[in-house]
Design a protein. Structure first.
Length: 282
């Protein structure tokens, strides 16, 4: 009888953030990844442990549908290596509130819980889906409610507003006034613009294809590596769309978060790892 398979040995670290650039995926529980990303026989409870050693960040999507207990956040924190970072989508019930200006207690509850991630907590994404348009004054009051720090750690906020008519120069001015980033979506389904409004960049790349093993072609990944380096160095790639091209952000080094999300989701881990190779992180 053959012996039992040897225990899976994983690296103790994640790919480094080269020049402040982190590359990752959305979530870590996805059945098709058990055929092309996770090793055969890897138990599901170790999938986060494995994924966090092959990408440098993961966007938590489950928090959009409901908050987790602090004990769950602590478990995720402890299963991932030093240097790894999560971003997280805030619960949709907050952004869908009819009175954004009164969501302070809900914001406080969510942020207080997810702060359990400690140094591994990266940007928090506040996603406003297309639908009833936020009222400008109420939206501004909502931004005032978002805390700048929690438990002595600075917080970074990302605004993902999917109403094309709301995304204009006035919206960007509000983001800059609060030092909050917007999402570059690389998508034809959502507003896609690269105006810089904070001291970091947040990109969700949403064009991976099933027929390409790495989701994006080699030329496309090289182009994205160049854009990431340009952002990191404080510049603005000149081949990406802008809402207000007349405004230029101060040139300063920026942290960069890039996630391969949606589209041909089964290819996204390969896309992330290929971009990390392009950047010299692995």
């Amino acid at each position: 009888m053959p012996g039992a398979p040897a225990p899976l040995e994983l690296p103790s670290t994640c790919p480094p953030a080269v020049d402040g650039i982190r590359v990752g995926i959305g979530g870590w529980t996805y059945a098709p990844w058990r055929d092309n990303f996770y090793p055969k026989g890897l138990v599901q409870r170790r999938e986060l442990e494995y994924a966090s050693r092959h990408v440098s960040a993961i966007e938590i999507n489950g928090t959009y549908y409901g908050t987790q207990k602090p004990a769950t956040y602590a478990k995720w924190r402890d299963e991932t290596p030093d240097g790894f970072m999560f971003s997280a989508k805030a619960p949709m019930r907050i952004m869908q509130s009819r009175s954004l200006a009164t969501t302070g207690p809900q914001i406080e509850d969510f942020v207080g819980g997810i702060a359990t991630l400690g140094a591994k907590l990266g940007p928090i994404v506040w996603q406003f889906d297309a639908g009833p348009r936020p009222e400008r004054r109420s939206f501004g009051a909502f931004l005032d409610l978002l805390p700048r720090e929690c438990d002595g750690r600075a917080l970074r906020h990302v605004l993902d507003v999917r109403d094309r008519d709301f995304v204009d120069a006035g919206f960007l001015a509000m983001c800059r006034g609060h030092a909050m980033a917007t999402v570059f979506t690389d998508s034809g389904d959502h507003p896609s613009f690269a105006d810089l409004t904070a001291d970091f960049v947040y990109a969700r790349l949403m064009r991976s294809r099933t027929d390409i093993p790495t989701g994006y072609t080699g030329d496309e990944l090289r182009a994205w590596a160049g854009r990431c380096r340009e952002w990191s160095a404080g510049g603005e790639p000149d081949d990406l769309p802008h809402v207000d091209a007349s405004q230029h952000a101060p040139r300063q080094p920026r942290d960069v978060f890039v996630f391969f999300i949606s589209a041909a989701k089964e290819r996204n881990p390969s896309a992330a790892m290929a971009l990390l190779r392009q950047l010299g992180a692995v």
